[in-house]
Design a protein around this ligand. Structure first.
Ligand code: 6CS
Length: 352
């Protein structure tokens, strides 16, 4: 599976140039929102959490518009990497795109707060509640607007899990480890603070990087480790519960402006229905994919960090808050405060 994915990758990236040209030539913003085809690109392959989100959006919109609207979902690779997708959303050739802070942080540095360790809770339900907090969503909306994007949704895809060749129970265990990170600059500071040697790479290059030993480890939710087969080329699955993988959905402002009030209501109600569903979907995907990994590779070693071990990482990562403040500025610091407040009020707000 990864082999075929990788073999196709160069072709897909070449083809993506052609696809962009076709998308651009088909672009007709005036009637796009009412009838016709809405384009939604995701940063993951078919069968992923992002794919579940986009496919459900497609199903609901097509049903609820009585077939007047068709939604095309472009999986990872079809239109290039995360950076390429964002560019196409920006120039209006896409209407919706997944934009996760691990890559988006280059454009909106404040969003890198979701990459910090121990900023959100170790409880999945609290995180899901915090990410639906109206004050947080309003703050994110403003940041996206300034960068020419429409904020659509933010949700967790499950906790980040380290896959490595050697056991990691303390920051010292990361010493000298070539660790793949997504392309946002904060991640370099984060893994450097643990003593690792961080290596930014696009998603599509992680499997071959591990296989060729250019990198020794990486972090992603379990479903991604399974579908990208990273477990085949590593020995340990390590659960630090230090941060979830947070994703956002962004839209094209021109597309939203082209919608009639009825269509806008359709989009908004569909998105809020979807937001209520996605956390249960990600939890079940991650659980089921862990079983699949263990049945395919029973020798895979699993480490769940204890509270004391997590505390060591909490301390080692504390100075990275300062790096975040430097990269994201005062508004970034405010946003971090808003997230922490959203986490604190989650138990009462969501009855947890
Ligand atoms: O590691 C990455 O780059 C990617 N991981 C996930 C789970 N989704 C998209 C992202 O680009």
């Amino acid at each position: 599976m990864p082999g075929s994915f990788l073999l196709q990758r160069s072709f897909l990236l070449l083809a993506s140039g052609l696809a962009v040209a076709i998308l651009a030539s088909c672009h007709a913003p005036s009637d796009r929102g009412e009838r016709g085809v809405w384009r939604f690109a995701i940063e993951e392959t078919q069968g992923s959490v992002q794919d579940a989100y986009a496919q459900r959006f497609k199903q609901l919109i097509e049903e609820r518009s009585d077939g007047e609207v068709r939604v095309i979902v472009y999986p990872y690779g079809a239109l290039g990497t995360s950076d390429h997708i964002l560019e196409q959303l920006h120039n209006g050739t896409l209407d919706f795109a997944m934009a996760s802070p691990g890559h988006l942080g280059k454009l909106i540095p404040e969003m890198q707060l979701f990459l910090l360790h121990f900023a959100l809770s170790e409880d999945e339900d609290i995180n899901a509640c915090a990410l639906s907090d109206p004050e947080l969503r309003e703050a994110i909306e403003g940041l996206y607007r300034e960068k020419g994007l429409r904020f659509v949704d933010v949700f967790s895809e499950g906790f980040m899990v380290w896959t490595t060749r050697r056991a990691v129970r303390s920051p010292e265990d990361f010493a000298g480890m070539k660790f793949r990170v997504m392309t946002s600059p904060l991640l370099i500071a984060l893994y450097s603070a643990y003593g690792a040697s961080p290596t930014p790479l696009p998603y599509s290059e992680v499997y071959s990087g591990l296989q060729l030993r250019m990198i020794d480890g990486q972090a992603n939710p379990v479903f991604a480790i399974q579908e990208m087969s990273f477990y085949e080329v590593t020995d340990y699955l390590i659960f630090p519960r230090a941060a979830p993988f947070v994703s956002t959905v962004a839209g094209s402002p021109a597309f939203f402006e082209s919608l009639s009030p009825e269509r806008r209501t359709l989009v908004e109600t569909t998105l809020s229905d979807l937001h209520l569903e996605i956390d249960a979907i990600q939890q079940s995907y991650n659980k089921e994919r862990l079983d699949r990994i263990l049945s395919r590779k029973p020798g895979m070693k699993m480490l769940e960090l204890s509270d004391a071990e997590r505390q060591r990482f909490r301390e080692a990562s504390a100075p990275v808050r300062q790096t975040y403040a430097e990269l994201a500025g005062p508004r970034g610091v405010d946003l971090l405060g808003i997230v922490e407040a959203a986490v604190r009020r989650a138990p009462a707000r969501c009855g947890l």
